[in-house]
Design a binder for this molecule. Sequence first.
Ligand code: HEM
Ligand code: HEM
Length: 214
Amino acid sequence: MRYEKQYAWSILLRLCHWAFALSIVVLSVTGYYIHFPWTNTWLEGTGRFPVATMRYIHFIAAFVFSAAVAARFYLLIFGNRQERILDFAPVTARNLKNLAATIKGYLYLGSGHEERLGHNVLAGSAYLVTFVAAVFQIVTGFYMLYPESASWQALGYMMAGAQQNARFIHYLLMWYFLVFATVHIYMGIWNDITSGEGIISSIFSGYKFMGSRR
Ligand code: HEM
Ligand code: HEM
């Protein structure tokens, strides 16, 4: 079958993706350690400060994560067509049709998902939920990091209530990100195998192959 190589993702989107993906791994490992410092009794008395080190790494990764999320919000409005929010939010007739077709495709009830250069709308909706979760993670995180700052206090209190609630929400969202990442990677591989779009390489190169459904 003939197919065409088409540019889908800008370099900024790809950088955001990998900054987001790698920082989440670092944040989950160090965050889980802050929650449950599993080495404490092994290292006691050695003069090391593993929780302090883990917190330090957590905060550096947190700034990378926050920058990636801020850049992605910029692209939701000013990015190329595939990167803009209206291309994949389930709010237009075209997108709702794609959502229904994608769900049917995944349930093996249709002829497979409709090909499109941008995200399919089921994936796009999951990404939008993830961006909202990221905002909660950033606000609760900075609320804990700078408890003396009036602005973070006001925003954090409005979103999560007391500090202890913010910490709990922050912890629960870690599990959301881990489940998301697992399902995301599984579905990415599934799509790569069942269609010829070259979806996985697209997040490295920026190009997809259209008209190549098998
Ligand atoms: C081996 C690791 C990964 C691979 C191969 C991968 C691959 C991909 C691919 C191919 C896309 C575009 C798919 C589409 O058109 O719908 C994508 C998008 C995305 N991925 Fe990943 N991904 C990986 C890890 C992660 C992780 C760990 C996260 C975060 C938890 C993540 C978050 C996202 C988000 C939010 C998008 C939407 C991109 C955007 O529009 O900003 N990915 N990924
Ligand atoms: C996906 C992103 C993130 C994940 C998965 C994550 C995960 C975690 C986890 C599991 C904890 C331990 C919570 C507990 O004690 O039960 C934690 C603590 C913390 N996180 Fe995050 N975090 C993320 C992003 C951020 C961001 C963006 C900031 C912003 C500065 C941040 C700042 C903090 C702070 C200040 C603490 C408390 C440290 C302490 O009490 O010593 N985190 N994080």
